[in-house]
Design a protein around this ligand. Structure first.
Ligand code: 2PG
Ligand code: MG
Length: 422
């Protein structure tokens, strides 16, 4: 079995120009691979800890040099000579070495960079595609893209309160068709924005970031673009939102609609009106990470009205098994967003996805708003037969890289590969 002979961490930069960690692992069979860890802006309290050198003013407190040192000293020493095909053991050793619940000592960024680099180099050593190495099943499907085509909230310097206005091309029969549909809608949207003298500069995730009056105006622009591109709104292409409501929550109230804070009952009403009026099929983080009651009430209302809406927990679940189990028990949602850096190892990420699928929850594999050229999540989405992937708009290379990787995987899987069911 090939063994680890060298683990080398270094500081590099993410898509926002902020330091992050890259780790490279070398094997005694001559193979090597590296992984770059992403970073969020709207983060949940219960996420695994991202270690930054807050006191180092050289990089305005943003460097990850401690994290790099942890990889190059403690971690490297511990996992040298390990069998690269035993991912579970590698991850467990990293978890034990850290010894804290949120990976605060060594940093989840240090740990995840090693965990992903280990998966990658194992696949390289076996000379198989990463998604095949990661997959348990013989049949793999491709995910539907959730493209964030208008950016707001913490991801843009504009007036929009909801963080992400996404499209999902439900009509698509293949991944390449899915990307083509999104491309056509985005180009129409750009044309529309230009014709109204609105800015077409993009936000952190590659979507347009115009200053619009309110959430509804953003939705209406997208609907017009879908229509002008020749597709049926709601049927061919639907709208999905990420409210990221942690950012809009204060003292038990939410300011989702405008800057006035409203109680949960009013907020539920607002969402209900929105989904009754528009072809919205998915809402992520409609309530804050501790407001379990509102999540359950909203889910109950949606079911009782027989609305087919995906309710996605991101900051609520933080890719964490305990929090997902609580959500399943309390019927808080019906889908989970998966971000490996919220939990810190690949083995734990895979475990959470399995738990979700066993309980008929959809899994949506996700980037972070600060991301990189690393395309690991594209392979992860196929390996786990996740129904969707959320990785920004069709712009900015760190976003497009994931879609391009999926196009390659589609080609590799051949003509008979199916899209996942949504
Ligand atoms: C989210 C993510 C990704 P961030 O809220 O879903 O879109 O944003 O990485 O800033 O947490
Ligand atoms: Mg989110």
């Amino acid at each position: 079995m090939p063994k680890i002979i060298n683990v080398n961490g270094r500081q590099v930069f993410d898509s926002r120009g902020i330091p992050t960690i890259e780790t490279e692992i070398h094997l005694d069979d001559g193979h090597y691979a590296s992984a770059i860890v992403p970073s969020g802006a709207s983060t949940g309290t219960y996420e695994a800890h991202e270690l930054r050198d807050k006191e180092n003013k050289d990089f305005l407190g943003k460097s990850v040099l401690k994290s790099v040192k942890n990889v190059n000293t403690e971690i490297s020493k511990e996992i040298k000579n390990f069998d690269i095909f035993d991912q579970k053991k590698i991850d467990q050793v990293l978890i034990d070495l850290d010894g804290t619940k949120q990976k605060k000592r060594l940093g989840a960024n240090s740990i995840l960079s090693v965990s992903i680099a280990a998966c990658k180099v194992a696949a390289v050593s076996k000379n198989i595609s990463l998604y095949k190495y990661l997959s348990n099943s013989k049949k793999n499907s491709l995910p539907y893209p959730l493209m964030n085509i208008i950016n707001g909230g913490a991801h843009a310097n504009n007036t929009l309160r909801i963080q992400e206005f996404m499209i999902r091309p439900d009509k698509a029969k293949s991944f390449s068709e899915a990307v083509k549909i999104c491309f056509l809608v985005i180009q129409k949207l750009k044309f529309l924005m230009n014709s109204k003298n609105l800015s077409t500069t993009v936000g952190d995730e590659g979507g347009f970031a115009p200053s619009l009056k309110n959430n509804e105006q953003a939705i209406e622009f997208i609907l017009e673009a879908i229509d002008k591109a020749g597709f049926k709104t709601g049927k061919d292409v639907c709208i999905c939102l990420d409210v990221a409501s942690n950012e809009l929550f204060k003292e038990g109230k939410y300011a989702v609609n405008n800057s006035n804070f409203e109680n949960s009952k009013k907020t539920i009403e607002y969402y209900f009106n929105l989904i009754s009026k528009y072809p919205i099929k998915s809402i992520e983080d409609p309530f804050s990470e501790n407001d379990w009651i509102s999540w359950s009430e909203f889910n109950k209302l949606i079911k009782s009205k027989k609305k087919n809406i995906q309710i996605v927990g991101d900051d609520l679940f933080v890719t964490n098994k305990e929090r997902l189990s609580k959500g399943i028990k309390e019927k808080a949602a019906n889908a989970i967003l998966i971000k490996p850096n919220q939990i810190g190892t690949i083995s734990e990420t895979l475990e959470v996805i399995n738990l979700a699928h066993k309980n008929k929850y959809n899994s949506i594999i996700s980037h972070r708003s600060g991301d990189s050229e690393d395309t690991f999540i594209a392979d992860l989405s196929v390996a786990t037969n996740s129904s969707q992937i959320k990785t920004g708009s069709l712009s900015r290379s760190e976003r497009v890289a994931k879609y391009n990787r999926l196009l390659k995987i589609e080609e590799e899987l051949g003509k008979n590969v199916k899209m996942a069911s949504i």
